[in-house]
Design a protein. Structure first.
Length: 221
């Protein structure tokens, strides 16, 4: 009589057991990684974050002067704003406005302030230059008792943006016809508005908001 062979039951699949343990392990790994991310200073978020485009870089390199300048103009240096600082740019100014010994200091200052009021040239804009000087800024008449070399604007200096005041100070003091010693006496138009002595310091050029506290008060008799 032939004996009946017994069939052994196959062992449970190793793959199926691995699947049962893989999911809890993955969840545990995710929980462990959260404190690590926080410790690295990375803020977790459940939604995508749009940080916007990367900031563009500007050269702040002054455009080159024309190879053949206009004979009826002279080159003058004006200070514009670029990358939160001041930088000099050469501008061609009509000879009738500056360079004439008969031209008053006030007229020369007016010509330079007009340059600051104008929108930057195309090449200047591409290099990152801008201006903060309002288009309404003008040289006003002096007050009685003012020194002959004093200049007054048609508005109080405290009403000017600090960048604009820094531009005006650095531009006017860079002109030897206006500021032979590198400083200017400047004040506003309002009665009783005191004059202050300004120079274009390194602090004023690299931190134009320093214009709010710039200037030394001039005591008048």
């Amino acid at each position: 009589m032939r004996s009946r062979s017994t069939r052994t039951r196959p062992a449970p699949s190793r793959t199926r057991a691995h699947r049962r343990t893989a999911a809890p392990a993955a969840a545990l790994a995710a929980l462990i990684s959260l404190p690590l991310l926080a410790g690295c200073g990375i803020r977790t978020t459940s939604v995508p974050v749009d940080a916007g485009p990367a900031p563009s870089r500007v050269s702040c390199a002054p455009p080159r002067a024309a190879a053949t300048p206009d004979p009826d103009t002279v080159s003058r240096q004006v200070y514009l704003v670029c990358s939160m600082q001041l930088a000099p740019v050469a501008r061609s100014v009509p000879v009738r406005d500056v360079g004439n010994v008969r031209t008053s200091v006030a007229s020369q200052a007016t010509a330079l302030i007009r340059q600051l009021e104008q929108s930057p040239r195309s090449a200047e804009s591409q290099a990152g230059f801008s201006t903060a000087v309002p288009a309404t800024t003008e040289i006003a008449p002096r007050h009685g008792g003012d020194p002959a070399n004093a200049l007054r604007l048609n508005q109080e200096l405290d009403d000017l943006p600090s960048f604009a005041l820094a531009q005006i100070v650095c531009t006017l003091t860079a002109d030897s016809g206006i500021a032979p010693d590198g400083s200017i006496l400047l004040g506003g138009q309002s009665p009783g508005d005191p004059l202050r002595t300004y120079t274009c310091t390194s602090d004023l050029r690299t931190r134009p908001d320093a214009g709010d506290d710039a200037g030394t008060l001039v005591r008048q008799p």
